[in-house]
Ligand binder design. Sequence first.
Ligand code: IPE
Ligand code: IPE
Ligand code: MG
Length: 238
Amino acid sequence: MSLYSKLDQTKIPEHVAVIMDGNGRWAKSKGMPRVYGHREGVKRVREITEVCAKIGVKYLTLYAFSTENWSRPAYEVNALMSLLVSTIDKELKTLMKNNVRLETIGDIEKLPEKSYKSLLKGKDLTKNNDRMALVLALNYSGRWDILNALKKIKNNADIEIIDSEIFSNSLSTASYPDPDLLIRTSGEIRLSNYLLWELAYSELYFTDVKWPDFKEENFYEALLDFQNRDRRFGNVKE
Ligand code: IPE
Ligand code: IPE
Ligand code: MG
């Protein structure tokens, strides 16, 4: 029986953020090149996106390429960038069918032109879809975003007092609520510069399963774990 039936429909997280990790090690364990793992990982992006749309998650934010990932060998970076283009081209129909809006956070103008253009096209075509936002973090890092927000605030003469709301509104994630749940696959227990401001009160879920193996049921497992957490936000329960 699917774990789906065990979910509490009244406690579906509004925003789920994911660090999709372990593609390379997954491929290596099969004697294949790392890129094979990235290709398999794309299938999970599709699966988890569809599941989220189905169960009523409103925002799914996926860490797809960090500002630090540029330091990888050129062939891997190139492969990831072309995979991005082919995936968007291929998945646009499904996004439309599922009424999902494609959005991005991160400095996408610095991506190769083809990837950049394909993202713009995908974002534009899906911009009125309102069932769920699929947010891809690309050339993104939490510190990059925090510095950007500070620059924006500094250059805005109208801002006199900086508070938490002004700061949040200056981040690239301004239009999203903070994630309720963060999932990281592959057994690494760190944030790797992801959503540093936004994860302040998120529930964190780490699993040893590598991203290419992270399927629908694994996602429900994470959700069930989340639904059993007691979120106190610093307060006390009577
Ligand atoms: C995650 O898998 C995908 C990206 C970072 C783009 P990795 O490529 O980091 O795979 P591992 O962690 O080396 O196994
Ligand atoms: C984080 O994974 C970035 C993405 C999933 C895109 P990494 O594999 O780059 O992170 P580290 O190097 O293990 O911290
Ligand atoms: Mg990794």
